[in-house]
Design a binder for this molecule. Sequence first.
Ligand SMILES: [Fe+2]
Ligand SMILES: [Fe+2]
Length: 244
Amino acid sequence: MSTLQKAEAAEHALSEELDRIVLKSVIYTSGERDPRQPVVRPDNGKLVMMGHDPRLPKMPERPTLMDFFRLRFGPTQHMMQSARLAQKNGAGEKVVMACLVHDIAIAGFIRGDHGYWAAQLVEPYVDDEVAWAIRYHQALRFFPDESVGYAYPQMYVKLFGADYKVEPYIERDAEYARQHEWYMTSRLICVNDLYAFDPTVRVELDEFTDVIGRNFRQPREGLGFDASPSAHMWRTINWPTKYL
Ligand SMILES: [Fe+2]
Ligand SMILES: [Fe+2]
């Protein structure tokens, strides 16, 4: 058996233990698996997963941003350290809020183009400037700005290679962002982001209860159950294996 076949067999065994059949969305397997290949649904008389997946911690009925931080997002220290650094550097609360959620797409949803995904997730609930800044940190991170002491991250050389060149859309969006009146808000995410990886510092989410309270319009019905344009994305994070 190849590594992939072994992984698939293990996964099959795992899903056999569940009361319901789980079929992963294409996005979770594409790349590892050619999405054009037919998907075989195990025919074992079980129903399909249509809501909460018992392998995950259960979310409250009306989940808040903090519930997503605690129960659905992967490592969140990076974002919280960035937010704390922004505070320490005297940034305004919009920047602190933006830093706090700037990488939620990586932590809980989709990695590629994470700035765009994160912006869309929070857009209905934060100030336009906050969402805008999150969207464009994605592109601005690749371009230095000496006026604020921001250099091209050394980590990117390590991650992408010394000769990596961004795609034209990143260049276009960075150029657009540079001309925008909110440029500095987005740039400050990059500035506070860069030095935020410190394994010895431990930040607690409670530190930001007030910042979130003032800058994030938590929907009464719970994130995912309001009628906002991104509610479905929050629902998918809550129920990632829902069949339809
Ligand atoms: Fe980021
Ligand atoms: Fe980041």
